[in-house]
Design a binder for this molecule. Sequence first.
Ligand code: NAD
Length: 263
Amino acid sequence: MLLSGRKGVILGVANKRSIAWAITQAARNHGAELLLTWGNDRFKEGVVELGRSIGVERYAPCDVSRDEEIAALAEQAKRELGTVDFLVHGVAFARKEELTGGYVDTSREGYRIAQDISSYSLAALCRAFRPLMKRERDADGEGPTSSVVTLTYLGGQRVIPNYNVMGVAKAALEASVRYLAADLGPDNIRVNAVSAGPIKTLSAAGVSSFSTMLNQLPARAPLRKNVTTDEVADASVFFLSELARGVTGEVLFVDAGFHAMGI
Ligand code: NAD
């Protein structure tokens, strides 16, 4: 029970295939008390049904492109949880037409939307939740930490066909993890990313030739397989727990080792 007595807010559950849902389940199994959100009203019923099936009692809407919804979420978390020990950012979006062909053809508006929802939202959430996540140190400079975890992909560091504007947004997201780690470290708030291998989810379905990638990876990855959402969730629990109390500003690959390969 690595998260027993810890309270967390999770963004990014759309359905049972979502990586954020696997993290939700793992966090519950480790004893966490949770507040779950949906980014779009069409997911509300499904998110509440999933959450209730594992005893989650708190819910809120939060479209991360809207400052007022982020502020309302932080207010609700303060009211219902008091303090927040961890925040999971499992949110990303790019328009489907940007996820095919060349990056060179990215539209200005498509670029703005992908950056806003997939990258800027992490900074906006960290700002809103900072007062609830700040932890005091003792005279020796030690003390409990709180933790923010986001999800990224290899396409933020290398060229992945069709990932395009989302790869550029993930690069910005990973840089944000480092800048936010530096800003929030003095408050004992850690900020890290888990870089997941390809997994069939709603978002992934938007990337052209995603299935080809999924089929080819096992032959090339050191562990000769694709990863599961459970494997990503277990690594996330490490970051959310005090086992990772000395780790911040980090990107941890959970991709069966694929990122380590050259040719
Ligand atoms: P998913 O579609 O289940 O989750 C994406 C979530 O983002 C959805 O819940 C959606 O509602 C939410 N979202 C989109 N726009 C939003 C907005 N404006 N406000 C609030 N929420 C919004 O897919 P997933 O694969 O579980 O994606 C979760 C994260 O994992 C994403 O950051 C994704 O880039 C990342 N990731 C996915 C893979 C993969 O292969 N599936 C690999 C590496 C990283």
